[in-house]
Design a protein around this ligand. Structure first.
Ligand code: FAD
Length: 392
């Protein structure tokens, strides 16, 4: 009774660890190498509920030892700084822990400690018979070059936005709802210590700039840019000039510069696949929904799906209980839509100043004033920002 997990990102590895702990036979298929996935820089902000849930399963040991707690964020604009103490209002905080470290921890727990089966570098992954009780996944073995077929009872499609699972489900069995923010973000990683103890959003007429700690040595920065912009248009001098200008405010500590080790343009768009499952294929994480990194939600949603899917698969394989799998998509989607709605709302607030549209700029400024000025609006913002009570 094998479960095949396609993709070894946060979603797939969490499902794999849950199944392994429940003694369910499973195999993880991953197109990249172990070294590659353990170094791929991406997210860094984990919400408290997600960390507690990982901890309950014994998967948060190194994270709890090494992650920094973040309790505030800061908005800057027109030379002013506004601190927002969301942890005080919500009672919960972020754990700052780079995604490659989480992936490394989860691979170690699954493959090294629990002896789980994970096959790296597989090619041409294909899904078969997902609308039957005996689906299968085939792939080309990277060493022998031979096709391998794994028959199974269920497939966890955790292979991200560009994997085969998303395409397989949406080609025939599900619909995709899309939203485009109409802006790009130049995503940067600097070998420089953070220049603030919290996330900073610079609301500037030339575009948003954001500062997010990753570790004591590494900081992620974002610069709003036209969608589809070429990173070559952003030589290092231009990047730092814009970051200094867009994050400037009276009394703000100066930015510490460092070597830029990543520079890529992300077009800010979102999608949701509904339903997230058909037959014996269950999507989790970015395969099922993409949420632009505006509010740092993607990795958290991936974990939310994976926790539900892991438990549901274990209950089905071990005890024949199909209720979790039957209700899986419906259990995930409320939080997915809450996070999408919040990201859209927050995106308007962050991008209004640079929209070139006086109406959008006016409503964006009104949003920020309300969050900063009204205790009720502040409490609602804090809950959504940290992902508390979002399953409705
Ligand atoms: P992935 O991490 O994409 O993992 C999918 C895996 O499947 C990959 O290892 C891939 O190699 C593999 N794969 C692909 N195709 C196949 C195939 N055909 N067969 C087998 N394997 C395959 N989220 C947050 O919560 N907070 C943040 O601060 C944040 N910042 C971000 C910053 C950036 C620059 C980016 C790009 C994203 C950010 N995100 C953030 C989003 C977050 O990184 C993703 O939501 C998260 O990685 C989703 O996890 P996943 O397991 O669903 O997919």
């Amino acid at each position: 009774m094998t479960v095949v997990i396609v993709g070894a990102g946060p979603a797939g590895l969490t499902v794999a660890n849950i199944l392994r702990a429940a003694s369910v036979d499973c195999v993880v298929l991953e197109t990249e190498s172990r070294q590659f996935i353990e170094q791929r820089p991406r997210a860094g902000f984990l919400e408290e509920w997600a960390v507690r849930a990982l901890d309950e399963r014994g998967l948060a040991g190194p994270l709890l030892e090494r992650a920094q707690a973040h309790v505030e964020c800061e908005f800057r604009g027109e030379g002013e700084r506004h601190r927002f103490r969301y942890a005080e209002l919500s009672g919960q905080h972020h754990f700052v822990y780079p995604q490659p470290l989480l992936v490394t921890d989860l691979v170690r727990a699954y493959a090294d400690r629990a002896g789980g089966d994970i096959r790296f570098g597989v090619r041409d992954v294909d899904l078969h018979g997902i609308d039957t009780d005996r689906p299968a996944v085939s792939y080309t073995d990277p060493i022998s070059g031979e096709r391998v077929r794994v028959d199974c009872v269920a497939v966890a499609g955790c292979d991200g936005a560009r994997g085969v699972s998303h395409d397989h489900l949406t080609a025939r069995y599900a619909t995709v709802a899309r939203h485009d923010h109409g802006v790009g973000w130049l995503a940067l990683l600097a070998e420089a210590p953070p220049s603030s103890d919290c996330v900073v959003f610079g609301l500037h007429p030339r575009g948003l700039a954001a500062h997010m700690a990753r570790s004591p040595q590494i900081t992620r920065y974002y610069l709003q840019c036209p969608p589809g912009d070429d990173p070559a248009n952003w030589p290092d001098d231009r990047v730092w000039t814009e970051l200094h200008a867009r994050l400037a405010a009276d009394g703000a500590p100066p930015l510490t510069e460092g070597r830029l080790v990543e520079k890529r343009v992300l077009d800010m768009h979102d999608y949701v696949v509904e339903p997230m499952a058909y037959g014996r294929l269950y999507l989790a994480g970015d395969a099922a929904h993409l949420v632009a990194p505006i509010a740092a939600k993607g990795m958290n949603l991936a974990l939310h799906d994976a926790l539900l899917l892991g438990d549901a698969l274990a209950a089905y394989v071990k005890g024949g209980d199909e209720s979790g799998l039957g209700g899986y998509s419906a259990a995930c989607l409320p939080r997915v839509w809450q996070y999408q709605e919040f990201s859209q709302w927050f995106g308007h607030l962050l991008h209004g100043a640079s929209s070139g549209d006086p109406f959008a700029a006016g409503t964006a400024a009104a949003r920020l004033r309300r969050v900063l000025g009204s205790p009720t609006a502040a409490a609602a913002f804090a809950e959504l920002y940290i992902g508390k009570n979002a399953d409705n």
